[in-house]
Design a protein around this ligand. Structure first.
Ligand code: CP
Length: 310
């Protein structure tokens, strides 16, 4: 199939075939990072702007590396050191970046829907690098790529997503992507961290960690998002770790082959023990590496869609 979208805003709007096309394209790009000269000319002459209104380590650096491996020029803009500090709106900032004859904006924003607003106003491509609690599509794509690589298939496998589901754009994107690909998804957290109506997205809900882990082929552990700072939204950290923390003892009661994922950054001793995060079941750093190929695929496909329009 041919990719036709100028933007990547979320996995909710994508078909199974579109997600599979991104994964297949990502797999073909993995080899570039293993070469002595880690570069292909696919985006030569294009300019990618990373526009970040929230802190980021993995996503921003990974997009920069992905764009550079495709031979694009890359500009990084952090809101705190830009004219956003002088009150410039998101749309004005985006319009000015477009007027500078750039090709792709990768945007991270604390407001859900920010990437979609920008995409509606601009002719150049917009990639959502995480918008509020809404979606983080490239994180889910790299998670799914890692799962597929490690488990050898997606259809029929069982994934437990454990942690702060309520505030998690990673959970939402994973749920949309995984369920479309035939993965059985269980979400597990205390009641206050599970959004109402999540079952309607085709997932099983449990508040019992042992129940969530018992048949899981993989557990994706989500970070407690303390920065969201909602009054009374968070359980006591010690209590949380006792009941929902992923520890070696808990994993001993799951499948021996279970893999442990986490989008990062980790809160060690809150949602995951260091022993597990750094242990043999952990694929956390493989996820980070796979982020390059997943983002190369997305940059390549949206760029190709724009070229095909011209
Ligand atoms: N997983 C993730 O989005 O990490 P960063 O916030 O460091 O980009």
């Amino acid at each position: 199939m041919l990719w036709k979208r100028k933007d990547l805003l979320g996995l909710e709007e994508l078909s199974r075939e579109e997600i599979e096309l991104i994964l297949d394209t990502a797999e073909s790009f993995k080899d570039v990072s293993r070469r002595a000269i880690k570069k292909v000319p696919a985006l030569r002459g294009k300019t990618v702007v990373n526009l970040f209104y929230e802190p980021s380590t993995r996503t921003r650096v990974s997009f920069e590396i992905a764009a550079k491996r495709l031979s694009a020029d890359v500009i990084n803009i952090m809101s705190e050191t830009s004219s956003v500090r002088k009150g410039e709106t998101l749309i004005d900032t985006g319009s000015n970046i477009q007027a500078l004859k750039t090709d792709i904006i990768v945007v991270r924003h604390n407001c859900s829907g920010a990437a979609a607003i920008l995409a509606r106003h601009l002719d150049i491509s917009v990639i959502n690098a995480g918008d509020g609690w809404h979606e983080h599509p490239t994180q889910a794509l790299l998670d799914i790529l890692t799962l597929k690589e490690r488990l050898g298939r997606l259809e029929g496998v069982s994934v437990a997503i454990v942690g702060d589901i309520a505030h998690s754009r990673v959970a939402r994107s994973n749920i949309w992507g995984l369920t479309k690909l035939g993965v059985r998804v269980t979400v597990c957290a205390p009641k206050m961290l599970i959004p109402a109506g999540i079952e309607d997205l085709g997932v099983r809900v449990t508040h019992n960690l042992e129940d969530a882990l018992k048949d899981a082929d993989a557990v994706n552990v989500l970070r407690m998002q303390f920065e969201r700072d909602e009054k009374n939204a968070f359980p006591n950290q010690i209590e949380y770790f006792k009941n929902f923390g992923i520890t070696k003892e808990r994993l001993a009661r799951a499948k021996r082959s279970i893999i442990v994922m986490h989008p990062g950054p980790l809160n060690r001793g809150v949602e995951i023990s260091s022993e597990v995060a750094d242990g043999a079941s952990s694929v956390i750093l493989e996820q980070v590496t796979n982020g390059i190929a997943a983002r190369m695929a997305v940059l390549f496909l949206v760029s190709q869609a724009q070229d095909n329009k011209e």
